[in-house]
Design a protein around this ligand. Sequence first.
Ligand code: HEC
Ligand SMILES: Nc1ncnc2c1ncn2[C@@H]1O[C@H](COP(=O)(O)OP(=O)(O)O)[C@@H](O)[C@H]1O
Ligand SMILES: [Mg+2]
Length: 510
Amino acid sequence: MKKHIAALVVLWIISVTISLWWNLHVEKNNQAIIAMEGSRAFFKQVVLTRTWNAEHGGVYVRITDQVKPNPYLKMPSRDVETNTSIKLTTINPAFMTRQIAEIAARTTGVQFHITSLKPIRPQNKADSWEHTALNSFENGKKFFGNFVSNASGETAYRYMAPLFVEQGCLKCHAIQGYKLGDIRGGISVTLPFSRKTTNWQLWLTHIIALLVVTVILIFFGGKLETNRIKIIATNRALEESMGRLKKTQSKLVQSEKMAGIGTLVAGVAHEINNPINFVNSCSQSLEVRVQELKAFTYELMGEEPDQEILKMFEEKFTPIFKNLSTIFDGSQRIKTIVTELRTFSRLDEAEKKRVKVLEGLKSTITLTNTQYRDQVEFVYDFQADQELECWPAQLNQVFMNMIVNACQAIISKQKQTGDKTPGKLTVSTQLQDQSLAVRFHDTGCGIPKEIQSKLFEPFFTTKDVGEGTGMGLSISFGIIEKHQGKITFESTEGEGTTFTILLPLHLEDT
Ligand code: HEC
Ligand SMILES: Nc1ncnc2c1ncn2[C@@H]1O[C@H](COP(=O)(O)OP(=O)(O)O)[C@@H](O)[C@H]1O
Ligand SMILES: [Mg+2]
């Protein structure tokens, strides 16, 4: 844009310069035309009087001190005397021209000079300028004219045209061998003409035009530029808020989904909770009862029981105990799931406290890492230990899930590759603009691109039954959201995963 304006300004400067140059040129030409026309008028005037003179074959004039007979004019009765004793002499056109020239030079400053390449009268010899002009007439030029200046710097226009031999001329010039239409010579006219070398009106108008338009261009160009910048900025802001809207929307969809599932799960968990508790405790007490029954039966058989019967009883009781223990294990598993479901759906039950999160993180690690000591090397890099307003038990649950997931990912990779060297889990904390960042970086199996979008969905798991419920991340998501934080991850399949939890130091009231 700036470039465009600069280009326009340059273009304008060039146009104005060309216009000025052209106008000055035209002006100069006009001056030449005016000067030429003026000189030509004088010339024609003189030629007219000369023609009149020639047609009379010269004109008789009184002889005075100024007017003496022309020694170059050789003709019979050149000088005559009237019967009243007045002495007269014949004035030929050239002589007359010289006399008029004298008067003209005296009164108007215009100079005439009659000349020829072959002058009869030596004083009529052509000067170098006239010589050039006369030569050009021989070559067919009609007239010759240009500006000249003398030593004192005065300028004049000098004009010359040929004098052709007419009928009247032959009376005197036929002797020299001239025929009709020949060029006899010429008269040069020198017209004083002060040329305007600086035309200030032209300069002024052009400079004003230049300045005004340039200023306008720069001013409006600048305005355009600022407008353009504004538009770009607005566009960018629009794009940004568009992006934010999209993100918020997907987040909304996500949390909406969570909330819906949350209520559903809460209901289901509540309904299942009691029956499973019955089953669980009943299976336990049933085992005790059967144990008692078994003992009672053995007692009934007396001091020395029949080995056959004893063996039969034993065979009857063993599957019962087996079944009971299966029932107990199963119900236990259901109880765990129900508890997790309840935690997931009843996030706001625990108390909000202001504590150092790092302590909780450390104890969670201590509780968890014993289980994975052989397969996983734990590395710590705790750079921040801020106090946060939080629900500590819930955060611990999140940390626990992160650690277990990471360890399971590492083990899964070991199983896939057969390489049993321990993987690495790096847990770190950092202060990151008013937030505490907790990172879990593992060298595990990574997360395939195709399932990355489903990770936070409840019940989404890639693990075998008993190993994972698929609830960990969805519960964690809810807990972190409740802390007005963020949970994100980056993962490369086969190389590892980093989960980052951002927890703001101060909670905003909601
Ligand atoms: C009456 C005789 C006479 C006539 C007519 C006459 N001339 Fe001349 N002209 C002369 C004489 C004499 C001179 C030389 C002395 C002088 O400068 O007066 C001369 C000089 C000139 C000169 C100056 C150059 C030179 O030779 O010294 C020119 C040019 C010229 N005449 C042109 C003409 C033309 C053109 C006509 C016709 C329109 C014409 N004359 C008619 C007598 C005449
Ligand atoms: N650190 C990790 N590395 C690789 N995969 C992971 C990691 N954490 C989570 N996952 C994937 O996300 C799924 C969901 O995790 P989660 O919600 O905790 O459920 P669960 O652990 O019970 O499967 C896991 O099954 C696993 O596929
Ligand atoms: Mg998990």
